[in-house]
Design a binder for this molecule. Structure first.
Ligand code: AMP
Length: 426
């Protein structure tokens, strides 16, 4: 299938050709015709599936007709959870719309309000916004929604995870009822469905890769490790396997700074991004990571949201995330657009409950790998797919032996990863 056959207009096809994209991805093949027809859409697709182009391309197509731009009036709104994602989506709009006269802007926090107000006065067609900043400007009457034709909620599940539900409801209440609405989400939890019911009408539903599965091309496994050994193990892995690109997820800002200095002490150059850094330095570091100038980037989950790097080689969960969906999002940074990637988790005994929650979410037990040089003193218990985070205890139905701390065959089971892990001992 070609982009041409999807019904996109010539200036967009030209931009795609210049970018070197010849074949639409699955989500693009399914969503673009429905969006061009004017349908509301609910799409379950992770980052890395080409989802951004799936809504940006038909949006540009629909907005490309002649129109006198009016100050403060937008025609399309794309809501995103983070600044980084907002900037990426807007970059994509500029890229795919380079032969069109569609004006876009990125309306995110962490930067001055005034230039954004001025841009709105000058006139824009598409606004990509984080909910908080959009509401700020709407309250100041810096923009009006009466000419809005299209709404996109990108990474809707993530916006809910980040506590944006009230803001989203306030925004939806301000929008004209007559509009086309698209909702994209990596997962379709009951909460996302409930949000969707207030946003879309009679939607066309598209699901890529199922909504409970992580992207198929990602090899995932874990290494059981004592907590105090994590940074030494990470350094060992980086050196032993000559990692040239790794995004390391860690829970806290403080932890990120500490890990960077521990890595540096072992001769590994690393950088960190987290919510405490200015937008300018986050952008600069991200660019350096993308270009390969920095090979090890330590990030807190929120700061790393929306990082879009073609063929990111691996992500490392230095800490297991508190929320199992967060794991799915993290590993969604790798194995993008058809490339394969790996997701390695360093799991200590105190990560156990979080590991079980992740495995339950995935519906599978992660392969465990032992590194000879790092024997574990505090054993990681056997995994338990019946585990429930409620009350922090496994469900009663779980067999007792699976709850114990003794190693069961499942605990020691490991499958040799396909990647260059020659020295890994099973
Ligand atoms: P996304 O899922 O939107 O984050 O896109 C993941 C990556 O795939 C981005 O780097 C896109 O530029 C790239 N991409 C999107 N569509 C295509 C396509 N049809 N062919 C090749 N790469 C694509």
């Amino acid at each position: 299938m070609s982009f041409q056959s999807l019904g996109l207009s010539a200036p967009i096809l030209q931009a795609l050709e210049e970018k070197g994209y010849s074949t639409p991805t699955e989500i693009q093949q399914k969503a673009i015709p429905a969006i061009l027809q004017g349908r509301d859409v609910i799409a379950t697709a992770q980052t890395g599936t080409g989802k951004t182009a799936a809504f940006v391309l038909p949006m540009l197509d629909k907005l490309s007709g002649e129109r006198k731009r009016r100050a403060k009036r937008l025609r399309a709104l794309i809501l995103v959870p983070t600044r980084e994602l907002g900037m990426q989506v807007e970059d994509n709009i500029r890229l795919y719309g380079k032969h069109l006269k569609v004006a876009s802007m990125c309306m995110v926090g962490g930067v001055d309000l005034e230039p954004q107000k001025q841009q709105l006065i000058d006139g824009v067609d598409i606004v990509v916004a984080t909910p908080g900043r959009l509401l700020d400007l709407a309250h100041q009457r810096a923009l009006h929604f009466d000419e809005l034709q299209m709404l996109v909620m990108d990474e809707a599940d993530r916006m809910l995870d980040m506590g944006f539900i009230d803001d989203l409801n306030k925004i939806i209440a301000r929008l004209p009822e007559q509009r086309q609405s698209l909702l994209f989400s990596a997962t379709l939890s009951p909460q996302v469905r409930s949000l969707a019911s207030t946003v879309v009408e009679n939607p066309f539903e598209v699901s890529i890769g199922g909504d409970t599965q992580s992207a198929p091309k990602i090899s995932q496994w874990l290494i059981a490790v004592d907590k105090h050994n994590k940074s030494a193990l990470l350094s060992h892995l980086v050196k032993e396997h000559n990692w040239t690109q790794a995004l390391i997820f860690i829970r806290t800002q403080h932890g990120a700074a500490k890990l960077v200095s521990q890595l540096e002490k072992r001769g590994i150059a690393a950088e960190s991004i987290h919510g405490g850094r200015s937008q300018a330095s986050r952008s600069r570091i991200l660019e350096a990571f993308k270009s390969g100038e920095i090979s090890i980037l330590v990030a807190t989950g929120v700061a790393a949201r929306g990082i879009d790097i073609d063929e990111l080689e691996r992500v490392v969960n230095y800490d297991m995330p508190d929320d199992a969906d967060e794991y799915i999002h993290r590993i969604g940074r790798t194995g993008r657009a058809g490339a394969s990637g790996e997701a390695v988790s360093l799991v200590s005994k105190d990560d156990f409950k979080r590991l079980c929650a992740v495995e339950r979410r995935l519906g599978k037990i992660l392969d465990r790998v032992t590194i000879e040089a790092f024997p574990v003193v505090k054993d990681l218990p056997a995994s338990n797919l019946n585990f429930s985070m409620k009350g922090g205890k496994p469900k009663k139905s779980a067999p007792a032996k699976e709850r114990g701390t003794k190693k069961t065959p499942a605990a020691t089971k490991s499958t040799a990863p396909k990647s260059p892990w020659g020295s890994v001992k099973k």
